[in-house]
Design a binder for this molecule. Structure first.
Ligand SMILES: [Mg+2]
Length: 337
């Protein structure tokens, strides 16, 4: 940078000690095949508070950038043996990975045609090797700002997605999401000739919980019931809040008998101990309806939900705190398990 190959030390000494204003150390990849520039880059970047990862050529740089914990900032020499800086840009961008990697190309070229090609390949910025170090420093800082902003955007997007797909009270999937999941899983079960079962879980006498202890206690009961149910299903079973005190659980690849056993586990997990809500101890039970879609049965999602709903009514009529099951085919009447 500004230094000729013969006088790198002079340039490092020239750096003003600007306060950086960013408190966390950032890792930066510096890829440079020229040993003198490499030494210079490492010295400058270290002095500016970066954790430096060096690469001696393009192939090494590309390997580093492919690793899951790759640095988010990369300074790439344009001309390098193996892969050149532009080719690395192209590969990083076509991989489309997240988090975003901010790439600054270093070049001794000045023809604008070349610079356009570099930016077209996906570089965020470029710098001539004749540029003075303070300029590299501020350009890197601009890159860090972009990375920080991108990180905030990703977090905001994730938070929005979470909000849009989850029930805010229980943290389970919301109604639209669990129904969408059911539809997807039914389609997949059809393609792969797999069985699928659906559980509908209804908290017994929930209205009287609200009436007796108030709505805040009711909310606490819903949260605790959700927690117990979630703990009682497999990690890949989807569980969502269908309505007020109704929940749906999609058991993919699950046969009727297995679904029944799992429903029984869920029923027992909720009923096992009274819920501690403030100073109150509230006994909560569930009525669970099991609906099955046997291999090749090709049930529509709403037919399966209807069958599960019918089974819940049956469980209620059989005294609550009970598991009941509906038949596999739409024309099948609800039958006890
Ligand atoms: Mg080079």
């Amino acid at each position: 940078m500004h230094a000729t190959a013969a006088e790198p030390q002079q340039d490092v000494g020239f750096l003003p000690a600007l306060p950086d204003g960013m408190d966390h150390r950032v890792r930066v990849l510096a890829a440079e095949d020229n040993a003198v520039y490499r030494t210079l880059l490492r010295a400058m970047l270290t002095k500016w508070g970066y954790d430096v990862v060096m690469a001696h050529d393009g192939t090494e740089a590309w390997q580093i950038l492919q690793s899951p914990d790759a640095p988010r900032l990369a300074i790439l020499d344009w001309m390098m043996p193996g892969l050149d800086g532009v080719e690395i840009c192209r590969r990083v961008r076509s991989a489309g990975r997240e988090p975003y990697i901010y790439i600054l190309l270093l070049t001794s070229r000045t023809e604008s045609q070349d610079l356009v090609a570099g930016m077209d390949a996906g570089a965020d910025d470029y710098l001539l090797k004749t540029t003075k170090p303070p300029e590299l420093r501020v350009r890197l800082r601009a890159g860090r700002r972009i990375i920080d902003l991108q990180e905030k955007l990703v977090r905001a997007r994730e938070a929005l997605r979470e909000q849009a797909t989850h029930d805010s009270l229980t943290g389970l999937l919301n109604r639209a999401s669990i129904l969408e999941h059911l539809q997807d899983e039914l389609a997949r079960a059809g393609r792969q000739d797999q069985p699928l079962c659906l559980l509908m879980v209804d908290l017994d006498h929930f209205k009287s919980v609200n009436d007796t202890y108030g709505h805040l206690a009711g909310d606490a009961v819903l949260r605790e019931a959700a927690r117990r149910m979630k703990a009682a299903v497999r990690r890949y079973d989807a569980i969502g809040r269908y309505g007020g005190e109704e929940f749906l659980i999609v058991l993919s690849g699950c046969e009727r008998e297995d679904a029944r056993a799992r429903a029984e586990r869920i029923r027992a997990a909720v009923a096992a101990e009274p819920f501690a809500v403030g100073a109150q101890s509230i006994q909560v039970t569930t009525s669970i309806g099991v609906a099955c879609c046997a291999v090749s049965a090709r049930l529509a999602p709403d037919a399966l939900v209807r069958n599960a709903d019918l089974a819940v009514y049956q469980a209620k009529s059989l005294g609550r705190n009970y598991v009941a099951g509906a038949g596999c085919a739409p024309q099948d009447p609800a039958v006890g398990l």
